[in-house]
Design a protein around this ligand. Structure first.
Ligand code: MN
Length: 501
């Protein structure tokens, strides 16, 4: 089982965080990281988690998860502060004053995501999909959100069962696929395996048993194969960077078994041996060496270097019959391919073993994200027969309670109010957008949090509203209400004239 310690490290403290960050970014501003920690600790002081621990344990663990992935210190700082505006009195403005606009904009993104609340599975999933589209403006927010969620999943036991299930299901169905689409396989695997046992407890126990049985007594053959491969590569003059066994993740094994009609004998990569070599040429050379010493299994040689998987994954795979007659899969890749495979999009904020940030790629991540967005939109249109163009001309804004409301581009608070409820529209007297009083003809933007101020005694809408409303619903309701108003004014007048009550 995936242990909390494996992901976060032993006894995470601010000192261990600073030490960790220093190992990959010698120039990191550790004073600022410590300041962020002190700031968050003070802001959360007195708050506890459901487990009874002081709240600061959570942002600190989230920051550790990112630091263990050797992620850009700016993201680590934002992770320390990620729950401050949501859960404390400290505002985003104060964060910006203390930590600058980059950090505060990352935290703002997280805060918006945090406002999503659960209101029925289908509606929720739809909301999250929409959210993802508008969120993609800064994928770093997603990276922090994943780390946040991973820590929450490791502490699920403290929550009541229905909540455990709901959070785990959401992680499995929404977060993990998004991580996968972003190429973050390591994160995806963690999200899946941590959720699996809460969502499908019986299947989880069953799969775990199958894997353990299958692995029993295999340690020696694996060690032998590993040793021989290491020696042969060395003899051939390849400077192997790393060679190690990795267990197939339980949830991924579960899915594979379902595809293979539950025949465990057809799953060849329950354990794989991973070889990391310096160059691309070394990858093919290593493959040749393995095939020279062991017979490859036909149809199991896969060149994901020449033909990468859709999410960018690159490696050579082959299954061979080893000396003992046992089969094992080898996965061969360069360090760069490895990091890309583990961290995906996040690799762009990742420091290499020499403490350097990855040079900007010829294709920027912004472009990759555009592709991912397109993909999500396409899937949406497949699902719901919604045209991409239609979705593109929509914006997604929030209620203060976290529901996502989609409106056409150019929509105003009035459109929002009528979208919520006719009565809210009719009694609308003002609006607050992103915590600021805003005039009713303001054009709303993607991600805005909109609140409507209502005046109970208000007679009805203002005719001028028709000049800046965009939705059919709003216009129709305004016209109806105006007609009724006029009618009641007239009937009131007639009553007065006729002298009847
Ligand atoms: Mn959090």
């Amino acid at each position: 089982m995936l242990e909390q310690e494996e992901i976060i490290g032993k006894n995470p403290t601010i000192a261990s965080l600073l030490k960790k960050v220093k190992t990959y970014d010698a120039k990191a501003d550790t004073d600022l990281i410590r300041l962020a920690y002190d700031f968050a600790e003070k802001a959360h002081s007195g708050q506890t988690r459901k487990s009874g621990e002081p709240y600061i344990v959570h942002p600190l663990a989230t920051a550790h998860i990112l630091a263990n992935m050797r992620i850009d210190p700016v993201i680590v700082i934002a992770a320390l502060l990620h729950d401050v505006p949501e859960d404390t009195k400290v505002t985003l403005e104060e964060l910006e004053k203390n930590f600058g606009s980059e950090v505060s904009s990352l935290v703002r993104g997280i805060t918006k995501l945090g406002k999503l609340k659960y209101r029925g599975v289908e509606r929720y999933i739809e909301n999250l999909r929409k959210m993802f589209i508008s969120m993609a403006e800064d994928v770093r927010v997603m990276i922090i959100k994943f780390a946040d969620r991973i820590h929450n999943l490791t502490t699920l036991d403290a929550l009541p069962a229905p909540k455990q299930y709901r959070i785990a299901l959401e992680s499995l169905e929404i977060y993990a696929p998004i991580a996968g689409r972003l190429g973050m396989d390591e994160i995806k695997g963690w999200l899946e395996d941590l959720s699996f046992k809460y969502v499908y407890p019986k299947e989880y126990a069953h799969i775990k048993q199958i894997r353990d049985e299958r692995m029993r007594g295999k340690e020696k053959f694996l060690q032998d194969a590993q040793d021989r491969a290491w020696d042969e590569l060395k003899t051939a003059g390849i400077k192997t960077v790393d060679l190690y066994g990795r267990n197939k993740r339980l949830y991924s094994l579960y899915q594979k078994l379902q595809r293979k009609g539950n025949e465990i004998a057809k799953v060849y990569d329950i354990v794989a041996l991973r070889i990391i070599v310096p160059t691309l040429a070394d990858c093919y050379a290593a493959l040749g060496i393995l095939h020279k010493i062991w017979r490859p299994m036909p149809g199991r040689i896969k060149d994901y270097i020449a033909q990468p998987k859709p999410n960018g994954y690159q490696s050579l795979h082959t299954t061979v019959f080893t000396d003992s007659g046992e089969m094992v899969e080898f996965q061969i890749r360069t360090l760069e391919m490895h990091e890309e495979a583990e961290f995906g999009v996040a690799a762009h904020w990742h420091y290499d073993e020499h403490g350097h940030k990855r040079p900007a790629k010829e294709i920027s991540w912004v472009k990759e994200l555009a592709e991912i967005q397109k993909d999500v939109l396409n899937r949406l249109s497949d699902l719901d027969e919604i045209k991409v163009d239609f979705l593109k001309s929509r914006i997604f804004v929030f209620t203060p309670k976290g529901d996502v409301i989609d409106l056409p581009e150019g929509a105003t608070p009035i459109d929002f109010a009528y979208h919520i409820h006719t009565a809210i529209g009719n009694k609308c007297n003002g609006s607050i957008v992103n915590e600021q009083m805003t005039s009713l003809d303001t054009t709303l933007k993607n991600g805005d949090v909109v609140e409507i101020i209502i005046e109970k005694n208000r007679k009805g809408p203002n005719r001028d509203w028709l000049k800046f409303t965009k939705t059919h619903t709003a216009r129709m309701n305004i016209k109806n209400a105006l007609r009724l108003q006029e009618k009641s004014v007239i009937t009131g007048w007639i009553r007065q004239v006729v002298g009847k009550k």
